[in-house]
Design a protein around this ligand. Structure first.
Ligand code: FES
Ligand SMILES: [Fe+2]
Length: 364
């Protein structure tokens, strides 16, 4: 796939002088196509939980920026990831999730072993210069962080633990293995995926867009830290009776932690639950925002009730974000607008995202 020639993209390193990402990058179909190759295929993407692939033959399918994938546990109990694309004419091999002894294409039944080697090609005698060994499934790089499964489609550097960086040590107090998948909620939003990420990366909009949230946090102490491939936001909770404070020990100051991992993964960490948001482009003007909640596996009735309350609160904050993101997309599409400026105090994580974005899009 050839790269389109885009206008020159650069973000000034000095935030005080820098201009934001030009509106061109938020609206063009050819940008979405190149982002898949330059960004989504070259970064670590969260695709699921080990709960789904515990036994030999367990599999699940997933899409990353439109790329169909299958993740499975092979005959040697090894975790494997493949493009869910048959080497014959591109048919699908696996559907949904389940357990299987082999991968059989839904189109003409070519059959692959769980390690990806092609085993069976019905009615294919007579093809010249054809050998099954050369038609194994295309593998993807796969790794885990605790029980979380990540893939890197083109196997790009760095490795997953370097990519996650400081997050691992900073969330050590959370036993990821004791959390279990609880709920998924998908929001479809009429904006470019970067509008949603931009919005997540700054607390600057909280006073105006989220009056309810504003009452919960101490905005004057809101902080953002920028690292290599991620940034972190910290919001001290002001209200002692806040839903964010419940189930917390007296004097505990950990509060809520918000991590963003380039390009599209958010980890929202609360004292008694963990929520991931996966932001997936679906064309230039549409985004799927996938909210996955994990809760302790010994969930009590009280915790379940608290959780429902916290879900309802998060849902109302999300409605406010959806509304503003959809308006901003219209603004970015306007003939009157090209690019803006950053708040030095409040938009350093946003500037960091745009800088990484430019780096990845400009890679040869
Ligand atoms: S496309 Fe898979 S067998 Fe034909
Ligand atoms: Fe928001």
């Amino acid at each position: 796939m050839e790269k389109t020639t885009h206008p020159e993209l650069s973000i000034q390193a000095n935030i005080a002088q820098a201009e934001t990402l030009p509106s061109y990058w938020y609206s063009r179909p050819e940008v979405v196509r190149d982002e898949k190759k330059q960004i989504f295929a070259k970064t670590w993407q969260l695709v699921g939980h080990l709960e789904l692939v515990q036994k030999k033959g367990d599999f699940f399918t997933v899409e990353v920026a439109g790329e169909p994938l299958v993740i499975l546990r092979d005959q040697d109990e090894k975790l494997q990831g493949f493009f869910n694309v048959c080497r014959h004419r591109g048919g699908p091999l696996a559907k949904g999730k389940g357990n299987c002894a082999a991968l059989q294409c839904e189109y003409h039944s070519w059959t692959y072993a769980l390690n990806g080697t092609l085993k069976f090609t019905p009615e294919f005698d007579g093809a010249e210069c054809f050998s099954k060994e050369n038609f194994s499934l295309r593998k993807i790089k796969i790794d885990t962080f605790g029980p979380l499964i990540f893939v890197n489609l083109l196997g790009s550097e760095p490795d997953l633990s370097t990519y996650i960086g400081e997050i691992a040590a900073e969330i050590q107090h959370i036993d990821l293995n004791s959390l279990t998948f609880f709920k998924r909620h998908i929001y479809e939003i009429n904006c470019n995926w970067k509008v949603y990420v931009d919005n997540y990366l700054e607390g600057y909009h909280i006073p105006r867009v989220h009056p309810g949230l504003m009452r919960e946090i101490d905005y004057s102490k809101y902080r953002e830290d920028v690292r290599t491939y991620h940034s972190r936001q910290f919001a001290p909770i002001r209200n002692q009776n806040s839903i964010y404070k419940r189930n917390q020990e007296e004097g505990d100051t950990t509060g809520a932690l918000y991590y963003w991992l380039f390009p599209n993964l958010m980890w929202n960490i609360y004292p008694d639950n963990l929520q991931f948001n996966i932001i997936m482009p679906d064309g230039p003007n549409k985004t799927l925002t996938i909210f996955d909640w994990y809760v302790p596996n010994n969930l009590t009735e009280k915790m379940q009730k608290d959780f429902e309350e916290s879900f309802a609160f998060s849902h109302s904050v999300q409605q406010e974000d959806i509304w503003i993101c959809e308006q901003v997309q219209k603004g970015l599409n306007s003939v009157s607008y090209d690019r803006g400026r950053y708040s030095v105090k409040r938009e350093s994580a946003l500037h960091h995202f745009h800088t990484l974005y430019a780096q990845y899009m400009n890679k040869p």
